[in-house]
Unconditional design. Structure first.
Length: 117
């Protein structure tokens, strides 16, 4: 699965579980860390964990597992590292504080509406 296909699949999973403000940023030309960042919000720490769990579960069904997972116990900010795609699931206030979209503003914003069709 290409990084673009993986991004599309994860965006759809997050959308199906009612994640808020889903954003995908193509960072391939800015960093060697990943090709895409996906950023989404949950309305509570419980929803943040549920969103991360669902992404892991659905991707695991395709035998795709994150290399690393961070932040799960607090539920404020969970990071799932799928090598070429890094998923950030935030509690809303935590997302506003860290403002990753501003930090990676030089990246290419991906139109997720096309992914959800």
């Amino acid at each position: 699965m290409t990084s673009q296909e993986l991004t599309k699949h994860i965006v759809r999973i997050l959308d199906s579980k009612k994640a808020e403000d889903i954003t995908a940023i193509k960072v391939r030309d800015l960093t060697i860390v990943a090709d895409y960042f996906i950023i989404a919000s949950g309305t509570s720490t419980t929803q943040v964990k549920a969103l991360a769990d669902e992404v892991e579960f659905q991707m695991g069904k395709q035998d795709i597992h994150p290399q690393r997972t961070e932040g799960y116990p607090s539920g404020e900010w969970v990071v799932l590292d799928y090598q070429d795609v890094i998923v950030h699931v935030f509690y809303r206030a935590t997302r506003e504080f860290y403002s990753l979209e501003r930090l990676w503003a030089d990246g290419e914003q991906v139109n997720i509406e096309d992914m959800l069709k």
